[in-house]
Write a protein that binds this ligand. Structure first.
Ligand code: GLA
Length: 336
């Protein structure tokens, strides 16, 4: 008997660079992802990839995931070490997600591997946390919980309001007659080679001055003397507010307001958090002038990757669309 696991990628509608200070985010799964198929058993993990070079070959007792070759196998190695996996696996991985484009391709691989290796889907938070630790350990990126938790907890037709302090998630139904579109800037990046860790450290320094950013008011953020830390704190505090404002806009079916909030979020990520690029800014500008688009912003960590827009189902794009549709369901596992 074989096993087939599907783990989707995710796109975040609003609430970026907030998860690692216990903030809010509003992500959803998309219809592209990672599929891992094979036979559990034995004491080795052997996984070939349809897109990536090299074979992932690991003993169950792996101790240092960060030195594994080829580099993509480090995500699997991190999971093997964190679960820890008790049985081996012989199989193939195949991905329809563009890599390094802000759609959580690494988290999708981690979650697929964890579920194939016996991770418990009935405890989504523990599974997501094991995968988050796997990423820290495998590639040294101090990521938050958003990507892994979204992939595990995602629900058809709903975006998730993640509260990264309580580590809880609440489904928010997307209004009818609206679609989410993901557009690729063409700028690939790997988080380990970006200032992601530096931003996280800056947020921590801001918290040392004004206390938890989740609780801070915009006025408190403005009291920070250091201009860089003040801007970082301003982004986080206002972004948390925008998440709940977008939830309200969806509940009120106010798509014009929803679009404005996304545009304001992009400006904050660009001007206060310094994670945008000229390509992402141009794409957002272009989308704002496109008929049927309510709003657009960069999505995920930034520094390149993708832009997300909220649009009318009839909107037409002359841009590299990676995916469009409504929130997809999360990870699945079946015996085949
Ligand atoms: C990456 C990380 C997430 C989150 C986003 C930015 O996707 O993996 O934890 O911090 O960046 O919102």
């Amino acid at each position: 008997m074989g096993t087939r696991v599907w783990a989707p990628g995710r796109v975040n509608l609003i609430g970026d660079h907030t998860d690692y200070t216990g903030g809010l985010a509003l992500p959803m799964a998309i219809g592209r992802g990672v599929e891992l198929t094979g036979d559990p058993g034995g004491s080795w993990i052997m996984i070939g990839s349809e897109q990536m070079d090299g074979m992932c070959e690991l003993p169950l007792g792996i101790e240092d995931p960060s030195s594994v070759q080829p580099p993509w196998a480090r995500y699997v190695a991190g999971v093997v070490a964190e679960l820890p996996a008790r049985d081996g696996f012989l199989g193939t991985v195949s991905s329809t997600l563009p890599i390094g484009r802000g759609l959580a391709s690494s988290a999708a691989l981690e979650v697929a591997a964890a579920v194939a290796l016996g991770g418990d889907l009935a405890d989504p938070l523990a599974l997501a946390q094991a995968c988050q630790r796997a990423e820290h350990r495998a590639v040294g990126v101090p990521c938050g919980i958003m990507d892994q938790l979204t992939i595990v907890a995602a629900m058809d037709q709903a975006v998730l309001r993640l509260d990264c302090q309580e580590l809880s998630f609440e489904p928010i139904v997307l209004p009818e007659d609206v679609e989410v579109v993901v557009i690729d800037s063409g700028q690939q990046r790997h988080l380990a080679a970006t200032p992601y860790a530096a931003r996280r450290a800056e947020s921590a320094r801001a918290e040392a001055l004004v206390g938890p950013l989740r609780e801070a008011t915009p006025q408190e953020a403005e009291t920070i003397e250091d201009p860089v830390l003040r801007r970082r704190a301003r982004h986080v505090v206002t972004e948390n507010q925008r998440v709940d404002a977008l939830v309200t806009a969806f509940k009120d079916n106010d798509l014009r307001q929803a679009g404005e909030l996304m545009v304001a979020s992009h400006a904050s990520l660009r001007d206060d958090y310094d994670v945008s690029t000229p390509q992402l800014d141009d794409l957002v500008q272009n989308l704002r002038g496109t008929a049927g688009v309510y709003g657009a912003r960069l999505t995920g960590a930034g520094f390149g990757g993708c832009v997300v827009a909220l649009c009318h189902p009839y909107a037409v794009f002359d841009l590299p669309v990676v995916w469009r549709g409504r929130p997809a369901s999360g990870v699945t596992r079946e015996e085949i």
